[in-house]
Design a protein around this ligand. Structure first.
Ligand code: PEP
Length: 252
């Protein structure tokens, strides 16, 4: 069963407006619509509109956001609603990134509400999961990841579950320069498909895109993307340089 190939660049809290426009334009100038890879740029909120303008002539280059509110609208100063993101041209939104879990203490209940907001406004949630180094060392990583999937996807109807994208991002590999080996990535991705088959059904397990994230770069991407259950990457640091990001896209 063929799944889409996807590479998403999470710029996190980096760039200013001119840098964002330059980066988005450089990526747009290099990507090839004919390669069949779904490419997603995920800039900071204030640069969504200008990023969209820089990429909209490319059919396979899409806009995503790093987060959304649990609320639809109203008196929530400083929050960004999924509907607002949609109106800037976003198609995707990250939910459950480990930095949101770790620094902002977001919970599974929050991620369910955020994904509900995403669906209500026609956005695709990219739900991030993954264990800490301690959890890997004490052997609880399989159970932990299973629970992360169950607690969030388990709250949705079958027709919505099929619309999620998952990103397996071991916390110990994010921004550390230490990447999971292709064997470790494949092993966990296969586990995630087994969990999906157990919780839902085999078709869901086979159809859901599962991306790898964690110090993925132009050197290690070919080996990671060659794994049977890895459908692409969620890229942090290496997405801030157009050339590196485009070489990652070329890695399939
Ligand atoms: C991320 O934050 O999603 C990520 C994968 O970061 P990095 O590529 O920098 O490890």
């Amino acid at each position: 069963m063929s799944r889409p190939k996807i590479v998403a660049g999470n710029w996190k809290m980096n760039t200013n407006l001119p840098e964002a426009i330059q980066l988005a334009s450089a990526v747009a100038g290099r990507v090839n619509d004919a390669d069949g890879v779904v490419k997603i740029l995920i800039p900071p909120f204030p640069f969504l509109t200008e990023t969209k303008k820089a990429i909209e002539h490319k059919a396979t280059l899409h806009l995503g956001a790093q987060n959304c509110s649990t609320h639809d609208k109203g008196a929530y100063t400083g929050e960004i609603a999924a509907g607002m993101l949609k109106s800037t041209g976003c198609k995707y939104v990250l939910v459950g990134h480990s930095e949101r879990r770790q620094y902002f203490h977001e919970t599974h209940a929050d991620f369910v509400k955020k994904a509900e907001q995403a669906f209500a406004h026609g956005l695709t949630p990219i739900y991030c999961i993954g264990e800490t180094l301690e959890q890997r060392k004490n052997g609880s990583h399989y159970e932990l990841v299973k629970n992360q999937v169950k607690e969030v996807l388990g709250a949705f109807k079958p027709e919505q579950i099929g619309k999620f994208i998952l990103a397996y991002e071991p916390v110990w590999a994010i921004g550390t320069g230490e990447t999971a080996t292709s064997a470790q990535a494949q092993d966990m991705h296969a586990h995630i498909r087994m969990v999906l088959a157990e919780l839902f059904d085999k078709t869901t397990a086979q159809q859901m895109p599962v991306l790898y994230g964690g110090s993925c770069n132009a050197q290690n991407a070919p080996e990671l993307f060659a794994c049977a259950d890895v459908d692409g990457g969620l890229i942090g640091g290496a997405s801030l340089k157009a050339d590196d990001f485009c070489r990652i896209i070329d890695s399939f």
